[in-house]
Design a binder for this molecule. Structure first.
Ligand SMILES: Cc1cc2nc3c(=O)[nH]c(=O)nc-3n(C[C@H](O)[C@H](O)[C@H](O)COP(=O)(O)OP(=O)(O)OC[C@H]3O[C@@H](n4cnc5c(N)ncnc54)[C@H](O)[C@@H]3O)c2cc1C
Length: 458
């Protein structure tokens, strides 16, 4: 998928300067305020380099990461201040290559999230903006609807709690269903009760990303492709030098939307976000075309409140296929899309993080089950049969995989809400897991608002 934007044209004039090491910095304290954390001393934490000429300052803001959140942020910034000189640095040759290009394609309606939470607000608002964007850009989407089903009486109280949450979050059109009504909507599902969300929709987020890229380039955004940021240093007299091993650009401010590497970029910029990204691979199967009639729209189980992203489900895609999955297993590389993908340094980074071991101690049973199910198609099919009993092993074939960026605290707890850290020179989108694609346009607006205040843009 390409964004239709210019190929890489580096504006680099200088060498990368001294890359920041991870240690020895004066790290700013972070204080959580809703979904936003304020970092006091980010500016002091970025090291100085001497020989950059501030009169050659190229951009007002550099955004790192060409996924849907980085693009949505660029869009919201240019809406607020059309004359801004913006650059977006993306390490790949195309936009949306990672989480944005490897997800289930659901425009979530916002049922699951704690009422009043940042995520709940951003998801409901984001879903509305996403549909508006699709309509304005003639991008195909389909309000195919979703059922969340309780397959046993024990799950019914949690289903009711979900319904109350969804209603409190302002999700339109929700209704509780008895077993017969579930079957009217999804004839092959076995359930004792369900929730129907008629407005949940599907889309191809790669198409959204491509449209965003085209629109933004036309509005003056510069995109630096194949620009893997490896150092961030302070320019004498003000501003930042953002460098790859070969090139450097300079900008007054920085916004980090690097997804699976958000913690790495935050550390390069000297921010202490107090979390580390742990990559979890989610693997899918496809239903064979002749069995796609088993599923009409989206069929989800009642989520485990501790692991809302777990629980295999069925998703019809906008291109007509039906996906089954995903599971969630530890990835041995941040962009490790196969079981065999392995980057020793990244795996060492995961295994060397105390938060990983604290998480593993708490949740080892769940992790072991997910790993077992990843290796055993029989187990995967059994999990799917919990929702659609008529499904057989021969009905599914291996599909793709995506890797989720999940921020984990040092005590092993998972950061559930979206998390954004801000300081005088830099804003970091630290944690934007699902429904991050749905919420992206709302997240972008939020970040642009934060930039206006903290960077003093207008
Ligand atoms: C399996 C799976 C299913 C999902 N399903 C859904 C769904 O149905 N609905 C939904 O709303 N959400 C879903 N999500 C979540 C959603 O995909 C993410 O929340 C969203 O894509 C996050 O976007 P992003 O821009 O933050 O990250 P990304 O898309 O990962 O973009 C980050 C970008 O930063 C770039 N980058 C990283 N490091 C550097 C560097 N050093 N220099 C330059 N560039 C760099 C990367 O190359 C990448 O392009 C799912 C996620 C997964 C993994």
């Amino acid at each position: 998928m390409g964004a239709g934007a210019e190929p890489h044209t580096s504006t680099a004039r200088h060498g990368p300067g001294d890359p920041l090491g991870a240690g020895g910095q004066d790290r700013g304290a972070a204080e959580a305020v809703g979904g936003v954390r304020h970092i006091g001393q980010v500016a002091r934490a970025i090291a100085f380099v001497g020989d950059y000429n501030t009169s050659a300052m190229t951009y007002d803001i550099a955004i790192i990461g060409g996924g849907i959140v980085g693009l949505a942020t660029a869009r919201a910034l240019l809406e607020k201040a059309p004359a801004l000189k913006l650059v977006l640095c993306e390490k790949e040759a195309e936009l949306g290559t990672h989480q944005t290009g490897h997800n289930s394609g659901v425009i979530h309606s916002g049922i699951y999230y704690k009422p009043g939470s940042f995520k709940a607000r951003q998801c409901v608002e984001g879903a509305r903006l996403m549909v508006e964007f699709c309509e304005a850009h003639a991008i195909k989407y389909d309000r195919c609807g979703k059922v969340i089903v309780a397959t046993s009486q024990e799950e019914v109280p949690r289903l009711k709690t979900l319904y109350e949450r969804g209603t409190a979050n302002g999700v339109p059109g929700l209704s509780m269903l008895d077993a017969a009504h579930v079957r009217e909507i999804e004839p092959h599902v076995r359930a004792v009760a369900g929730i129907h969300s008629p407005n949940t929709a599907i889309v191809d987020y790669s198409e959204v990303t491509a449209a965003l890229g085209r629109e933004l380039v036309a509005s003056g955004l510069t995109i630096e492709y194949k620009f893997p940021v490896s150092a961030i240093t302070r320019v004498r007299g003000g501003g930042l030098a953002v460098s790859t091993p070969q090139h450097t650009i300079t900008a007054n401010k920085l916004i980090n939307c690097a997804g699976l590497y958000s913690d790495v970029i935050a550390r390069l910029a000297g921010a202490n976000t107090e979390v580390q990204i742990i990559p979890f691979r989610g693997e899918y199967y496809f239903l064979r075309p002749e069995r796609e009639s088993l599923v009409r729209g989206l069929i989800y189980p009642v989520p485990d409140p501790e692991f809302p992203f777990l629980g295999v489900h069925f998703t019809r895609t906008i291109h007509g296929e039906v996906e089954a999955g995903p599971n969630a297993v530890l990835a041995f590389a941040r962009e490790g899309y196969r079981f065999t993908s392995f980057r020793p340094r990244e795996l060492a980074g995961t295994l060397g993080y105390s938060g990983f071991w604290a998480m593993a101690r708490k949740y080892w049973r769940t992790g072991a089950y997910e790993m077992y199910r990843s290796l055993s198609k029989k187990k995967f099919v059994e999990a799917l049969q919990g929702l659609v009993p008529d499904l057989k092993g021969e009905d599914i074939i291996r599909g793709g995989a995506g890797v989720r960026a999940q921020a984990v605290r040092a005590d092993g707890s998972l950061v559930d809400d979206f998390s954004i850290a801000s300081g005088p020179d830099a804003i970091h989108v630290v944690n934007a897991p699902s429904p991050g694609a749905t919420a992206s346009l709302a997240i972008g607006r939020h970040v642009a608002g934060l930039a206006t205040q903290t960077f003093g843009l207008v």
